[in-house]
Design a protein around this ligand. Structure first.
Ligand code: ATP
Ligand code: MG
Length: 360
Protein backbone atom coordinates (compact mmCIF):
# COMPACT_ATOMS: atom_id res chain seq x y z
CA UNK A 1 0.00 0.00 0.00
CA UNK A 2 1.30 3.42 -0.86
CA UNK A 3 1.01 5.87 1.99
CA UNK A 4 -0.14 9.36 1.05
CA UNK A 5 2.53 12.07 1.02
CA UNK A 6 2.90 14.58 3.84
CA UNK A 7 1.64 18.02 3.00
CA UNK A 8 4.20 20.79 2.66
CA UNK A 9 3.01 22.15 6.02
CA UNK A 10 3.43 18.76 7.73
CA UNK A 11 6.90 18.26 6.25
CA UNK A 12 7.92 21.69 7.46
CA UNK A 13 6.73 20.84 11.01
CA UNK A 14 8.61 17.55 11.02
CA UNK A 15 11.84 19.21 9.93
CA UNK A 16 11.40 22.06 12.39
CA UNK A 17 10.85 19.82 15.41
CA UNK A 18 13.10 16.93 14.46
CA UNK A 19 15.86 16.19 17.00
CA UNK A 20 18.00 15.22 13.98
CA UNK A 21 20.30 17.85 12.55
CA UNK A 22 18.99 18.66 9.07
CA UNK A 23 20.55 20.67 6.24
CA UNK A 24 20.02 21.25 2.55
CA UNK A 25 22.51 22.38 -0.07
CA UNK A 26 22.37 23.42 -3.68
CA UNK A 27 23.90 21.36 -6.48
CA UNK A 28 27.37 22.70 -5.64
CA UNK A 29 27.24 21.80 -1.96
CA UNK A 30 26.57 25.35 -0.79
CA UNK A 31 24.23 25.12 2.23
CA UNK A 32 20.97 27.08 1.95
CA UNK A 33 18.88 25.61 4.78
CA UNK A 34 19.53 24.34 8.36
CA UNK A 35 16.95 23.38 10.98
CA UNK A 36 16.77 24.54 14.62
CA UNK A 37 18.40 21.38 15.97
CA UNK A 38 21.48 22.08 13.87
CA UNK A 39 21.62 25.71 15.01
CA UNK A 40 21.35 24.56 18.59
CA UNK A 41 24.00 21.87 18.14
CA UNK A 42 26.54 24.26 16.63
CA UNK A 43 25.57 27.08 18.99
CA UNK A 44 25.07 29.52 16.08
CA UNK A 45 22.16 31.92 16.64
CA UNK A 46 21.67 32.71 12.95
CA UNK A 47 21.01 30.31 10.10
CA UNK A 48 23.03 32.42 7.69
CA UNK A 49 26.18 31.71 9.69
CA UNK A 50 25.86 28.09 8.65
CA UNK A 51 24.84 28.77 5.07
CA UNK A 52 27.24 28.66 2.15
CA UNK A 53 30.48 27.31 3.60
CA UNK A 54 29.61 28.02 7.25
CA UNK A 55 28.50 24.53 8.18
CA UNK A 56 31.57 22.94 6.59
CA UNK A 57 33.83 25.09 8.74
CA UNK A 58 32.53 23.20 11.79
CA UNK A 59 34.05 20.03 10.36
CA UNK A 60 37.76 19.20 10.37
CA UNK A 61 39.92 19.94 13.36
CA UNK A 62 39.37 16.34 14.30
CA UNK A 63 42.11 13.77 14.53
CA UNK A 64 42.42 13.24 10.81
CA UNK A 65 41.43 16.61 9.29
CA UNK A 66 39.94 14.83 6.28
CA UNK A 67 36.21 15.03 6.93
CA UNK A 68 35.61 18.10 4.79
CA UNK A 69 37.47 16.77 1.75
CA UNK A 70 35.76 13.41 2.10
CA UNK A 71 32.34 15.04 2.23
CA UNK A 72 33.13 17.14 -0.84
CA UNK A 73 34.20 14.04 -2.78
CA UNK A 74 30.94 12.31 -1.89
CA UNK A 75 28.85 15.32 -2.95
CA UNK A 76 30.56 15.44 -6.34
CA UNK A 77 29.22 11.97 -7.11
CA UNK A 78 25.63 13.23 -6.76
CA UNK A 79 24.50 9.98 -5.14
CA UNK A 80 23.09 9.12 -1.73
CA UNK A 81 25.71 8.33 0.93
CA UNK A 82 26.29 7.80 4.65
CA UNK A 83 29.28 9.36 6.31
CA UNK A 84 30.53 9.75 9.87
CA UNK A 85 32.21 13.10 10.44
CA UNK A 86 33.47 15.01 13.44
CA UNK A 87 31.51 18.22 13.91
CA UNK A 88 32.24 21.07 16.30
CA UNK A 89 29.52 21.50 18.90
CA UNK A 90 28.48 24.74 20.67
CA UNK A 91 30.98 24.02 23.46
CA UNK A 92 33.93 23.62 21.09
CA UNK A 93 34.06 19.85 21.44
CA UNK A 94 34.19 17.73 18.30
CA UNK A 95 31.48 15.06 18.24
CA UNK A 96 31.08 12.08 15.96
CA UNK A 97 28.04 12.75 13.81
CA UNK A 98 26.50 10.27 11.40
CA UNK A 99 25.21 11.92 8.19
CA UNK A 100 22.70 10.46 5.81
CA UNK A 101 22.74 12.51 2.61
CA UNK A 102 20.30 12.15 -0.30
CA UNK A 103 20.29 13.97 -3.67
CA UNK A 104 17.08 15.56 -4.97
CA UNK A 105 15.91 16.80 -8.34
CA UNK A 106 14.14 20.04 -9.23
CA UNK A 107 10.63 20.09 -10.71
CA UNK A 108 12.13 20.22 -14.20
CA UNK A 109 14.09 17.03 -13.50
CA UNK A 110 17.48 18.74 -13.25
CA UNK A 111 19.80 17.92 -10.33
CA UNK A 112 18.86 20.18 -7.41
CA UNK A 113 21.20 19.43 -4.54
CA UNK A 114 21.15 17.43 -1.31
CA UNK A 115 19.12 17.04 1.85
CA UNK A 116 20.75 15.48 4.88
CA UNK A 117 19.82 14.26 8.35
CA UNK A 118 22.56 13.92 10.93
CA UNK A 119 22.64 12.27 14.35
CA UNK A 120 25.14 12.76 17.16
CA UNK A 121 26.54 9.26 17.74
CA UNK A 122 29.50 10.33 19.84
CA UNK A 123 28.64 8.46 23.03
CA UNK A 124 27.91 5.22 21.21
CA UNK A 125 31.10 5.55 19.20
CA UNK A 126 33.25 6.18 22.27
CA UNK A 127 31.72 3.25 24.14
CA UNK A 128 32.53 1.03 21.15
CA UNK A 129 36.10 2.34 21.01
CA UNK A 130 36.55 1.68 24.72
CA UNK A 131 35.24 -1.84 24.37
CA UNK A 132 37.59 -2.58 21.49
CA UNK A 133 40.56 -1.14 23.35
CA UNK A 134 39.60 -3.21 26.39
CA UNK A 135 39.45 -6.45 24.42
CA UNK A 136 42.74 -5.75 22.63
CA UNK A 137 44.46 -5.02 25.91
CA UNK A 138 43.02 -8.12 27.51
CA UNK A 139 44.13 -10.37 24.66
CA UNK A 140 47.58 -8.82 24.86
CA UNK A 141 47.82 -9.31 28.60
CA UNK A 142 46.67 -12.90 28.46
CA UNK A 143 49.17 -13.70 25.72
CA UNK A 144 52.09 -12.25 27.70
CA UNK A 145 52.35 -15.03 30.31
CA UNK A 146 51.31 -17.73 27.85
CA UNK A 147 54.39 -17.31 25.64
CA UNK A 148 56.95 -18.14 28.35
CA UNK A 149 54.69 -20.93 29.61
CA UNK A 150 54.89 -22.63 26.21
CA UNK A 151 58.66 -22.24 26.35
CA UNK A 152 58.96 -23.77 29.81
CA UNK A 153 56.70 -26.68 28.90
CA UNK A 154 58.66 -27.45 25.72
CA UNK A 155 61.88 -27.31 27.70
CA UNK A 156 60.49 -29.67 30.35
CA UNK A 157 59.19 -32.06 27.69
CA UNK A 158 62.59 -32.18 26.02
CA UNK A 159 64.40 -32.92 29.26
CA UNK A 160 61.90 -35.57 30.33
CA UNK A 161 61.98 -37.30 26.93
CA UNK A 162 65.79 -37.43 27.09
CA UNK A 163 65.65 -38.85 30.59
CA UNK A 164 67.37 -35.74 31.96
CA UNK A 165 66.60 -34.37 35.42
CA UNK A 166 63.99 -31.64 35.69
CA UNK A 167 64.84 -28.63 37.80
CA UNK A 168 62.40 -27.43 40.38
CA UNK A 169 63.06 -23.79 39.37
CA UNK A 170 61.60 -24.46 35.96
CA UNK A 171 58.40 -25.86 37.45
CA UNK A 172 58.25 -22.90 39.84
CA UNK A 173 58.57 -20.48 36.94
CA UNK A 174 55.75 -22.25 35.19
CA UNK A 175 53.63 -22.05 38.33
CA UNK A 176 54.30 -18.31 38.59
CA UNK A 177 53.18 -17.68 35.02
CA UNK A 178 50.10 -19.77 35.70
CA UNK A 179 49.41 -17.50 38.69
CA UNK A 180 49.50 -14.55 36.33
CA UNK A 181 46.99 -16.15 34.01
CA UNK A 182 44.78 -16.96 36.97
CA UNK A 183 44.98 -13.37 38.21
CA UNK A 184 44.04 -12.11 34.75
CA UNK A 185 41.04 -14.37 34.51
CA UNK A 186 39.97 -13.19 37.96
CA UNK A 187 40.43 -9.59 36.73
CA UNK A 188 38.31 -10.36 33.69
CA UNK A 189 35.49 -11.79 35.77
CA UNK A 190 35.61 -8.69 37.99
CA UNK A 191 35.43 -6.52 34.87
CA UNK A 192 32.33 -8.41 33.73
CA UNK A 193 30.82 -7.98 37.19
CA UNK A 194 31.54 -4.22 37.23
CA UNK A 195 30.11 -3.79 33.72
CA UNK A 196 26.94 -5.57 34.84
CA UNK A 197 26.75 -3.17 37.80
CA UNK A 198 26.87 -6.01 40.34
CA UNK A 199 28.32 -5.57 43.78
CA UNK A 200 31.33 -7.47 44.97
CA UNK A 201 30.69 -10.72 46.89
CA UNK A 202 32.45 -11.05 50.23
CA UNK A 203 32.79 -14.29 52.21
CA UNK A 204 33.99 -13.41 55.69
CA UNK A 205 36.48 -15.53 57.55
CA UNK A 206 39.58 -15.07 59.67
CA UNK A 207 42.58 -13.70 57.80
CA UNK A 208 46.10 -13.03 59.00
CA UNK A 209 46.89 -9.74 57.33
CA UNK A 210 50.64 -9.90 57.93
CA UNK A 211 50.78 -13.34 56.37
CA UNK A 212 48.91 -12.24 53.25
CA UNK A 213 51.16 -9.22 52.76
CA UNK A 214 54.36 -11.17 53.52
CA UNK A 215 53.44 -13.87 51.03
CA UNK A 216 52.73 -11.30 48.29
CA UNK A 217 55.95 -9.42 48.98
CA UNK A 218 58.04 -12.57 48.77
CA UNK A 219 56.29 -13.78 45.64
CA UNK A 220 56.41 -10.53 43.70
CA UNK A 221 59.76 -9.44 45.08
CA UNK A 222 61.22 -12.63 43.72
CA UNK A 223 59.91 -12.33 40.15
CA UNK A 224 60.99 -8.78 40.07
CA UNK A 225 64.58 -9.27 41.15
CA UNK A 226 65.13 -10.95 37.84
CA UNK A 227 63.24 -8.63 35.54
CA UNK A 228 63.58 -5.13 36.87
CA UNK A 229 65.65 -5.16 40.02
CA UNK A 230 62.96 -3.34 41.99
CA UNK A 231 63.35 -4.24 45.60
CA UNK A 232 60.31 -4.95 47.74
CA UNK A 233 60.76 -4.30 51.44
CA UNK A 234 58.25 -5.24 54.10
CA UNK A 235 58.10 -3.34 57.36
CA UNK A 236 55.73 -5.04 59.72
CA UNK A 237 55.90 -5.82 63.41
CA UNK A 238 56.13 -9.54 64.16
CA UNK A 239 53.12 -11.58 64.99
CA UNK A 240 49.72 -12.32 63.59
CA UNK A 241 47.21 -9.66 62.71
CA UNK A 242 43.88 -11.35 62.44
CA UNK A 243 41.06 -9.52 60.72
CA UNK A 244 37.53 -10.52 59.83
CA UNK A 245 37.69 -10.57 56.08
CA UNK A 246 37.47 -12.44 52.80
CA UNK A 247 40.90 -14.02 52.36
CA UNK A 248 40.80 -14.21 48.55
CA UNK A 249 39.60 -10.64 48.20
CA UNK A 250 42.17 -9.27 50.66
CA UNK A 251 44.95 -11.00 48.75
CA UNK A 252 43.54 -9.58 45.53
CA UNK A 253 43.37 -6.09 47.06
CA UNK A 254 47.06 -6.02 47.92
CA UNK A 255 48.09 -7.80 44.77
CA UNK A 256 46.54 -5.02 42.67
CA UNK A 257 48.39 -2.37 44.68
CA UNK A 258 51.74 -4.18 44.69
CA UNK A 259 51.65 -5.06 40.98
CA UNK A 260 50.90 -1.40 40.23
CA UNK A 261 53.88 -0.29 42.34
CA UNK A 262 56.11 -2.68 40.37
CA UNK A 263 54.64 -1.86 36.96
CA UNK A 264 54.84 1.89 37.40
CA UNK A 265 58.46 1.79 38.69
CA UNK A 266 60.31 1.25 35.41
CA UNK A 267 63.63 2.48 36.75
CA UNK A 268 63.61 0.18 39.74
CA UNK A 269 64.09 1.58 43.21
CA UNK A 270 62.61 0.37 46.44
CA UNK A 271 58.98 -0.42 47.14
CA UNK A 272 58.18 -0.19 50.81
CA UNK A 273 55.24 -2.10 52.20
CA UNK A 274 54.37 -1.02 55.71
CA UNK A 275 51.86 -2.48 58.13
CA UNK A 276 50.85 -0.56 61.25
CA UNK A 277 48.12 -1.41 63.71
CA UNK A 278 46.16 0.30 66.41
CA UNK A 279 43.41 -1.26 68.54
CA UNK A 280 40.90 0.09 66.01
CA UNK A 281 42.44 -0.39 62.61
CA UNK A 282 45.25 -1.71 60.48
CA UNK A 283 46.97 0.67 58.11
CA UNK A 284 48.83 -0.88 55.21
CA UNK A 285 50.75 1.37 52.86
CA UNK A 286 52.66 0.62 49.68
CA UNK A 287 55.12 3.29 48.61
CA UNK A 288 57.07 3.28 45.38
CA UNK A 289 59.60 5.54 43.63
CA UNK A 290 57.99 5.22 40.21
CA UNK A 291 56.49 7.56 37.64
CA UNK A 292 53.87 9.05 39.97
CA UNK A 293 50.43 10.35 39.01
CA UNK A 294 49.68 13.86 37.66
CA UNK A 295 47.68 15.96 40.15
CA UNK A 296 44.85 16.34 37.66
CA UNK A 297 44.37 12.55 37.47
CA UNK A 298 44.80 11.73 41.13
CA UNK A 299 41.15 12.00 42.08
CA UNK A 300 40.04 9.71 39.28
CA UNK A 301 42.49 6.80 39.38
CA UNK A 302 40.27 4.68 41.60
CA UNK A 303 37.43 4.95 39.07
CA UNK A 304 36.82 1.92 36.86
CA UNK A 305 38.71 2.06 33.54
CA UNK A 306 40.43 5.33 34.41
CA UNK A 307 44.14 5.54 33.59
CA UNK A 308 46.38 8.55 34.18
CA UNK A 309 47.81 10.51 31.24
CA UNK A 310 51.35 9.28 31.86
CA UNK A 311 50.31 5.59 31.84
CA UNK A 312 50.72 5.00 28.10
CA UNK A 313 49.35 1.60 27.05
CA UNK A 314 52.58 0.67 25.21
CA UNK A 315 54.81 1.10 28.25
CA UNK A 316 52.33 0.31 31.01
CA UNK A 317 49.72 -2.18 29.86
CA UNK A 318 46.54 -2.39 31.88
CA UNK A 319 42.83 -1.73 31.68
CA UNK A 320 42.43 0.63 34.60
CA UNK A 321 40.49 -1.65 36.90
CA UNK A 322 42.98 -2.74 39.57
CA UNK A 323 42.61 0.26 41.86
CA UNK A 324 38.85 0.42 41.38
CA UNK A 325 38.56 -3.19 42.50
CA UNK A 326 41.03 -2.63 45.35
CA UNK A 327 38.99 0.29 46.65
CA UNK A 328 35.78 -1.70 46.31
CA UNK A 329 37.26 -4.51 48.37
CA UNK A 330 38.56 -2.14 51.07
CA UNK A 331 35.18 -0.42 51.31
CA UNK A 332 33.26 -3.71 51.35
CA UNK A 333 35.27 -4.51 54.50
CA UNK A 334 34.36 -1.19 56.13
CA UNK A 335 37.75 0.26 55.26
CA UNK A 336 39.14 2.78 52.79
CA UNK A 337 41.81 3.29 50.14
CA UNK A 338 43.69 6.51 49.50
CA UNK A 339 46.23 7.44 46.84
CA UNK A 340 48.89 10.12 47.26
CA UNK A 341 51.46 10.84 44.62
CA UNK A 342 54.06 13.22 43.28
CA UNK A 343 54.62 13.15 39.54
CA UNK A 344 57.99 11.70 38.65
CA UNK A 345 58.77 10.88 42.27
CA UNK A 346 56.48 8.15 43.44
CA UNK A 347 53.14 7.01 44.74
CA UNK A 348 51.79 5.86 48.08
CA UNK A 349 48.61 3.84 48.38
CA UNK A 350 47.21 3.53 51.88
CA UNK A 351 44.59 0.98 52.88
CA UNK A 352 42.79 1.15 56.21
CA UNK A 353 40.93 -1.87 57.49
CA UNK A 354 39.02 -1.96 60.77
CA UNK A 355 40.50 -4.27 63.40
CA UNK A 356 38.34 -7.27 64.25
CA UNK A 357 35.89 -6.07 66.87
CA UNK A 358 36.26 -7.57 70.33
CA UNK A 359 33.27 -9.68 71.31
CA UNK A 360 31.05 -7.70 73.67
P1 ATP B 1 44.87 -2.95 35.58
O1 ATP B 1 45.19 -2.84 37.03
O2 ATP B 1 43.39 -3.06 35.34
O3 ATP B 1 45.65 -3.96 34.88
P2 ATP B 1 46.02 -0.32 35.52
O4 ATP B 1 47.14 -0.80 36.38
O5 ATP B 1 46.33 0.66 34.48
O6 ATP B 1 45.27 -1.57 34.87
P3 ATP B 1 44.72 0.56 37.96
O7 ATP B 1 45.49 -0.41 38.74
O8 ATP B 1 43.24 0.66 38.23
O9 ATP B 1 44.85 0.33 36.39
O10 ATP B 1 45.32 2.00 38.16
C1 ATP B 1 44.68 3.11 37.53
C2 ATP B 1 45.71 4.11 37.08
O11 ATP B 1 46.30 4.73 38.22
C3 ATP B 1 46.87 3.54 36.31
O12 ATP B 1 46.58 3.38 34.96
C4 ATP B 1 47.94 4.60 36.56
O13 ATP B 1 47.72 5.68 35.72
C5 ATP B 1 47.66 5.03 37.98
N1 ATP B 1 48.49 4.31 38.97
C6 ATP B 1 48.05 3.33 39.80
N2 ATP B 1 49.04 2.93 40.62
C7 ATP B 1 50.12 3.68 40.30
C8 ATP B 1 51.47 3.75 40.79
N3 ATP B 1 51.89 2.96 41.78
N4 ATP B 1 52.30 4.67 40.22
C9 ATP B 1 51.87 5.47 39.21
N5 ATP B 1 50.62 5.44 38.71
C10 ATP B 1 49.76 4.56 39.24
MG1 MG C 1 46.76 -2.04 38.05
Amino acid sequence: MKTPNLSAEQSRLVVEHSPSLIWRSDAHGSVDFVNDALLEFTGRPLARELCGDGLWSTLDGGVDDQDRTLLQQHLERREAFDLVVRMRRYDGLYRYVSMHVAPFTNDDGSFGGFVATCVDIDERRRADEQKTAFLEMLAHELRTPLTPMHGYIQHLERRISRGEPVFIEMVQKLARQLDRVEALVEHLSDAARINAGKEIGIAMGEVDLTEVVRELVSRHGHTNEITRRTELVLEAPDGERIVNADATRIRQLFRHIITNAIKFSPRGGTIKVQVESSPFEHVISVRDMGIGIPDSDLEDVTRAYYRAKNASPENYPGIGLGLAIAREIAEAHGGSLRVQSALGQGTEVTVRLPAARAEA
